[in-house]
Design a protein around this ligand. Sequence first.
Ligand code: BTN
Length: 262
Amino acid sequence: MNDRTNEFHGLESVDGRAVIGRRIVWHETTASTNDDARRSADADEPEGLVVIADGQTAGRGRMSRSWISPPGLDLLFSVVLRPEPVDLPKMPLLAGLAVARTLDAFTSEHVTLKWPNDVRVTDRKISGTLAESGRSAAGHYAVVGTGVNVNLDATAHPEIAEIATSLRTLNGKSGSRREVMRRLLAEMDQLYTAPGGMSALVSEWSGRLETIGREVEVNWGVGSARGVAEGVDDDGRLLLRDHDGQLHTLDAGEVTLQTIPR
Ligand code: BTN
């Protein structure tokens, strides 16, 4: 453990969390925390494990993209969860909403979600989640992997220079990964263990979506459509009305979405 990974030491025992973070492992460097968490889940790891990395050498994003993960700057972590199968599709929503709630406390700017779970501030992406599911002898699992740009200087990375931001860029000073992580784990745990189940989650999450009511273009590999994002269903799938009046129900795992400027 070096001084930087040490930042996360002792997080298991704070905030009285019920599930998420009851076991935390951290790596100075790893390929991808999602891969590490999946290996643990495949070996029947109980839910609640959080794998944190100081840096990743092969961080993965949605749609086979990579996730820029230099050491020492940002939050890069994955959580193993074992929800009821009916709640599996809500796991990426949970992460997006928990990040948005958390960032409310660390910036005075408006924090929004772009469907399905990009978290955006000042029209730039500050966080994304890659959720994957699988099954081990212990049952179904979800691995929810989230990156939050805390201290990244996006301008140093031409491929994201115009589209990404970080807390440091917004606030003009370094942010504490530990403090952001501490709050984020508490928010995730609270959403995951809410007494009424996860139905309120979809409603709060959809209320933050900047995408609803906007003209968007979606691409799902073999096809694409342009139209108005009318809303989301109970699992967070996007309801898109195209210009021929046809309604498409779009699953987050399969599409990319472009918001057309107003
Ligand atoms: C996206 O917006 O495309 C999703 C990005 C998810 C990145 C995180 S960083 C921690 C975890 N490990 C990975 O390899 N990916 C996720």
